[in-house]
Design a protein around this ligand. Structure first.
Ligand code: PMP
Length: 366
């Protein structure tokens, strides 16, 4: 049998494993920060209509520049993120992972580096490696906020071409304040200048306003977003960014032609027509997230403040054993490798009750 290492594969990929949480068949799955609510029936019908129209023209390539979709995304951001955004400032791709990949293809690459402040979203490091970009692991404080002094020092010393700031941060749930982003941006401009990517995949769940208005007058600042979480459309694969139009021009140099299928564009447009209903679910999830924080604290857990649709909790002497204990009680959460801590996604009220009951039992048994 041929193994990966028998292939003439790139050296830096040898011995690596693919990213991904275990997909286990468990009654309560709260491990991948999905939205637990299926799309409303009226939206499902609208998707069917729009996709039917698209199907009639599938002999043709889709709109390569996805103008109608980017215009709808710009209108959504203008309405919800506190800053007017134009079509030329928006770019869309198959999930924000692809947005990040395109940014790294254009601004990273061999001989260049990217920095992130860990623990954070591990795909920032993985996509960096996949695009031949060197990865620098920057520090965080004990409470999982970004250590601004250490971070700006690391940027000044290492002079990375790309700086990742995840807000709210996965897996900790920590929001980053505007002053911190500005301090990192200033440091990054003084050092090189470099591109600062604010990953707001969970932006809609935050107690705080979006960091998007900071792009004004800062051509090297990018905010990335996704329809996977707030729009409850992880299966759609649609992510997007807002930035200076020059950044959008730059990613077009590396994107594959026709990367967004006509079916994807039609589905995303239908979902955007139902924004208000979907944002209503976000409000319910925010309330559930806050309830999980409160109840876990009442159970004696140490819980990190969360601005996302998930909650980091602990501390466990052996986080993996605790993960296993919850799994045995029918609840799948995520062990992100943060010592002593686990992450749970806010689900439906019934799923959250089942999770909290499993933690209660686990604690009793300790
Ligand atoms: N950024 C962050 C911080 C995430 O947690 C995720 C999903 N886990 C993504 C980006 C990618 O999401 P998608 O590709 O589904 O848009």
């Amino acid at each position: 049998m041929t193994r990966i290492d028998d292939l003439p594969i790139r050296d830096e990929l040898r011995g690596q494993s693919p990213y991904g949480a275990p997909q286990l068949d468990v009654p309560v799955r709260l491990n991948t920060n999905e939205n637990p609510y299926p799309l409303p029936e009226a939206l499902v019908q609208r998707i069917a209509e729009r996709v039917t129209d698209a199907a009639r023209q599938l002999n043709r390539y889709p709109d390569r520049d996805a103008i109608e979709l980017r215009t709808a995304l710009a209108a959504y951001l203008t309405r919800t993120a506190g800053h007017p955004v134009t079509t030329a400032q928006v770019w869309a791709a198959n999930g924000s992972n692809e947005v990040i990949q395109q940014l790294l293809q254009a601004f990273g690459g061999p001989g260049r580096t990217a920095i992130g402040f860990e623990p954070s979203y591990s795909m920032h490091a993985l996509i960096s490696r996949g695009t031949g970009t060197g990865w620098i692991s920057g520090p965080r404080n004990e409470d999982f906020t970004i250590d601004v002094a250490a971070a700006t020092e690391a940027i000044a010393e290492r002079r990375p071409e790309v700086v990742f700031v995840c807000s709210p941060n996965n897996p900790t749930g920590t929001a980053v304040d505007a002053d911190t982003v500005l301090a990192l941006y200033e440091a990054a401009q003084a050092a090189r200048p470099s591109l600062v990517v604010v990953d707001e995949a969970y932006g809609e769940f935050s107690h705080r306003p979006s960091l998007l208005p900071l792009i004004e007058g800062r051509p090297h600042l990018v905010v990335s977003r996704t329809m996977s979480k707030a729009f409850g459309a992880a299966g759609l694969r649609l992510g997007y960014l807002a930035a200076d139009p020059a950044v959008v021009d730059a990613v077009q140099l590396v994107r594959l032609p026709y990367h967004l299928s006509a079916v994807t564009q039609a589905t995303a447009l239908a979902a955007l027509e139902h924004t208000d209903t979907l944002l209503g679910y976000v409000e319910q999830l925010k309330a559930e997230r806050d309830r999980i924080v409160t109840e876990l604290r009442a159970l004696g857990c140490e819980v990190t403040d969360s601005d996302a649709n998930f909650v980091q909790f602990g501390r466990f002497e052996d986080a993996h054993a605790a993960w296993q204990g919850l799994l045995e009680r029918g609840v799948l959460v995520r062990d992100n490798g943060v010592p002593g801590r686990l992450r749970v996604t806010a689900g439906t009220p019934a799923e959250n009750d089942a999770f909290l009951e499993a933690v209660r039992e686990l604690k009793k048994g300790q």
